[in-house]
Design a protein around this ligand. Structure first.
Ligand code: MG
Length: 397
């Protein structure tokens, strides 16, 4: 994906899916007080690398759409009316997006409200080296083929089998051409967009999705999703702490809590040396007993050279989400004489909130000097402490 790539998101919400009950199409049902569509949209609207966001809706659903998206921000384009099949709806959305100048598109099911920034990041990262990439999870259950009387006719080899999720990312012109061809040739058997790409001979990379990124279809799916979001079910409260230090070096800025802060030094480190985000990542990992940042992102691995630390924290948040939990609160303290943190505090809180996909009120950033004592006092380096409170469902380990 070239540096100048302009990435759009297309959310497919034109379905009539009523198997989930309750009269309204499933993407407009409320989950813990918020429409499924709104939950599915937010991670794309808050992602810093994604520009225009287009939703395809059923023409009858305009009022439901307006209600569901009333509180969302303006990167949302006016909705496009879909067609009679999923494929026709996707094509309508892609045609609309082709007018925006977007070079790439992530296509996402409106009925997957648990998509995370981490999954989006992984698909985007794969688009740097592939024409197409989709989120997917390896099949872990043993697969049986049923015979005519519903007894087992065979056990399938599950090696190499993945369950496709969304988002699915493509070069916009390529997937638009693939869908036009599919519609023209009346290929209505394609159940996802990767299948259209495959039919057009485009190589599609598989990147790890998230087991929690489920598609809500049945009433049981909704019951499980509600349970997952219910405050009462997340009463297993855990706390983790983190600490990190980076040495000052030559440079003209530092990264602190995902914010670029001008300074007369830089920070030395393998990634972007964002010590507060590293401490916070360790705090979140600590709260779920998932080791430390070095285990997940070894400094010896060249792919993390110069990496933005956002993805470390997003990955830790993904691990919490995969366990059905939420990050309830985080608190970061930066220990340094300079630069001054105060002017950037609110931007730092906002950035942490965006990465973790939590309300800004659940984040805290503080700073202190060490009265010119020790290495921070002498200006040799900067330290950061963090704590994270995580709520998990009972019954985990
Ligand atoms: Mg570090």
């Amino acid at each position: 994906m070239p540096v100048a790539a302009k990435i759009a998101a297309l959310i497919v919400a034109a379905g009539r899916g009523s198997r989930a009950g309750e009269g309204v199409p499933k993407q407009y049902r409320l989950l813990a007080g918020e429409a499924v569509l709104s939950r599915s949209l937010r991670p794309f609207l808050s992602h810093p690398d994604i520009g225009p966001v287009q939703v395809v809706i059923h023409p009858d659903d305009r009022t439901l759409y307006e209600t569901a998206t009333a509180s969302l921000q303006s990167r949302l384009l006016a909705p496009v009316a879909g067609g009679s099949t999923r494929q026709a709806s996707v094509l309508a959305g892609l045609e609309a997006l082709s007018a925006t100048g977007a070079s790439h598109v992530l296509i996402h099911d409106a009925a997957r409200p648990f998509v995370t920034a981490g999954v989006i990041d992984r698909v985007l990262a794969a688009l740097a080296t592939h024409d197409a990439a989709i989120a997917a999870v390896p099949v872990s259950d043993t697969l049986k083929r049923a015979g005519s009387d519903n007894t087992i006719a065979g056990t399938l080899d599950r090696s190499g089998l993945w369950q496709a999720q969304t988002p699915q990312g493509f070069r916009l012109s390529a997937i638009l051409a693939a869908h036009r061809t599919a519609v023209r040739s009346a290929r209505l058997d394609l159940t996802d967009d990767a299948a259209a790409a495959e039919a057009a001979g485009i190589a599609v990379a598989l990147v790890p999705g998230n087991p929690g990124n489920v598609k809500l279809t049945t009433a049981e799916d909704f019951a499980m999703a509600s349970e997952r979001l219910s405050a009462h079910s997340l009463s297993d409260i855990r706390t983790g702490t983190g600490f990190d230090v980076h040495r000052f070096t030559t440079g003209d800025h530092v990264w602190l809590c995902g914010v670029r802060v001008p300074h007369d030094h830089g920070l030395e480190g393998h990634s972007d040396a964002d010590a507060p985000l590293h401490a916070l990542t360790d705090a979140v990992l600590g709260a779920i007993g998932a080791g430390d940042i070095g285990q997940h992102f070894p400094p010896s691995d060249p792919q993390w050279q110069g990496a933005s630390s956002d993805r470390f924290l997003a990955h830790a948040a993904d691990l919490v989400a995969a366990r059905g939990g939420v990050v309830s609160h985080v608190d970061v303290t930066i220990l340094t004489e300079r630069p001054r943190i105060g002017p950037y505090r609110e931007a730092m809180r906002a950035r942490i909130a965006a990465i973790l996909e939590i309300e800004i009120g659940r984040t805290s950033v503080k700073a202190t000097t060490t009265e010119r004592l020790g290495f921070t006092g002498r200006g040799e380096g900067l330290a950061a402490l963090a704590s994270a409170t995580v709520r998990l469902p009972w019954g985990g380990d």
